[in-house]
Design a binder for this molecule. Structure first.
Ligand code: PLP
Length: 452
């Protein structure tokens, strides 16, 4: 029963990113989700909830896909697991590697597997250093990333990330991890024109490289669109400048496509939209639409050749690197994305529809900006539009709005005073209308609560 699950959850389950005291004292306890179909979750009380977040930005092909369950079942009967260590391979990771080389941006052609986005970014932290060691430049060992970035929870990934609550008091960031400001025009742009702001944000990376010393910097890593940081969509001027700077100083450019990959933005990978040609690219989430854990780091031909030609063992890997069942599910998932033309639909149909409906919300008295690309979007809650003023309370307005959304059975996330969304790529235009309509109601309620 719901009551039993809630009690056991409180007593025995330590959930991620949770205030345990608050949960223990809350009357309601956790909401227990028991089923899902398409974009709709059902909780243990039979209530249907519109999932505007695709789980955690991952259920790209939507819920209830029998094909994915069947792919796992078939593979589990044949060979549920075998490792890929020590010159062994199994067919699914090899077939998937070939497929990934085909669908990822030009130049990326080898993959190293893990099970989570965190693991893939941790792999980058070691692999980039291994590469530079092989190139005879072991002193190239520093990393640059951005504040508000989220690259995972493990210690190196959290060091690459720019979320201070994950770092302060935990000895993070580890030595050698440096941060610059994100290209977040709405909060940091001031009076600057967006494109000029984008160039200045990129310039911070150049300044940081020069401060550390170009011969010491291994890589710059960034999400094409910072997701958990608040769906920060950079100005068009930003990524070309970042790429130019990385090339100029011989710094590897790493794109974290854990959220953006597999169709989210209306491109198979957001790097294509922004014109990024990464030396390494990390991916997870949408690779299996969250049906089973899997992640990977794609590397360029140049890095691959160096690894192959230089020799020397790469002392790194996970028991589940190249897990055959996970890879079989990924292949079936990519097949669905391609067969149903989900990427084109997001780019030409549902993405533009979401943008249009969000643009209507921009007129709302407490909305300061809306932005989206494909099916990832955000709106900023403000007290006053001009001059732009936030509500007091540092994130309180966002939390209030999020809680109203949850009570109105639509899952959206609040990041500070921004509301972010990333529904399954299979969402229909009618379901987008429903999502936006519920969000509007919740913005009205938030405004009322805040006396606006
Ligand atoms: N990178 C990005 C951009 C993410 O959004 C996330 C998770 O939200 C991660 C990495 C970490 O992935 P995981 O939670 O699978 O470790």
């Amino acid at each position: 029963t719901t009551a039993w699950w809630r009690e056991a959850d409180r007593k025995h389950h330590l959930s991620p990113f949770t205030d345990y005291k608050q949960l223990k004292e809350s009357e309601a306890g956790a909401r227990i989700v028991t089923r899902a179909e398409g974009v709709w979750l059902t909780d243990s009380e039979g209530v249907r909830i519109l999932d505007g977040m695709a789980g955690l930005w991952c259920v790209n092909v939507g819920y209830g896909r029998k094909e994915l369950a069947e792919a796992a079942y078939k593979q589990m009967l044949e060979l549920p697991y075998y490792n890929t260590f020590f010159k062994t391979a199994t067919p699914p990771p090899v077939e998937l590697a070939e497929k990934l080389a085909e669908i990822t941006p030009a130049g990326l052609d080898m993959v190293f597997y893990g099970s989570s986005g965190s693991e893939s970014n941790d792999t980058v932290a070691r692999l980039a250093r291994f590469y530079w060691k092989l190139k005879g430049k072991p002193e190239k060992a520093h990393f640059i990333s951005r504040t508000y970035a989220y690259h995972g929870s493990t210690m190196a990934a959290a060091s690459l990330g720019g979320m201070t609550p994950m770092q302060e008091g935990y000895g993070l960031p580890l030595p050698g991890f440096h941060h610059v400001d994100p290209p977040y025009w709405f909060d940091f742009g001031g009076e600057l024109d967006r494109e000029e702001f984008g160039r200045q944000a990129a310039k911070q990376v150049e300044d940081k490289i020069l401060e550390i010393g170009p011969d010491k910097v291994a890589a710059f890593i960034g999400e094409p669109i910072q997701g958990a940081g608040g769906v920060i969509i950079p100005p068009d001027s930003y990524w070309p400048e970042i790429q130019r700077i990385c090339r100029q100083y011989d710094v590897l450019l790493v794109a974290d496509e854990v959220i953006c990959g597999f169709g989210r933005t209306g491109y198979m990978f957001a790097s294509e939209h922004f014109g990024i040609e990464p030396d390494m690219m990390t991916m997870a989430k949408g690779i299996t639409s969250g049906y089973i854990p899997l992640s990977g780091v794609m590397v360029s031909g140049e890095i691959g050749r160096t690894l192959v030609e230089a020799g020397g063992e790469f002392f790194h890997g996970y028991t589940y690197s190249g897990h055959p069942t996970a890879c079989a599910v990924a292949l079936a998932n990519i097949d669905i994305i391609e067969r149903e033309e989900l990427v084109r639909k997001v780019r030409e149909e549902t993405g533009p529809h979401l943008a249009k409906r969000l643009a209507e919300l921009a007129e709302h008295p407490i909305v300061g900006e809306v932005r989206s690309l494909g099916l990832i979007g955000a709106l900023e809650i403000v007290q006053k539009k001009r001059p732009r003023t936030r509500f007091p309370g540092n994130g309180k307005a966002g939390t209030i709005c999020r809680d109203h959304c949850f009570a109105h059975n639509v899952v959206l996330r609040a990041v500070r005073d921004g509301m972010v969304m990333a529904p399954p790529l299979t969402i229909s235009t009618e379901e987008i209308d429903e999502l936006v309509s519920r969000l509007r109601t919740c913005l009205d309620l938030t405004a009322k609560d805040l006396g606006a």
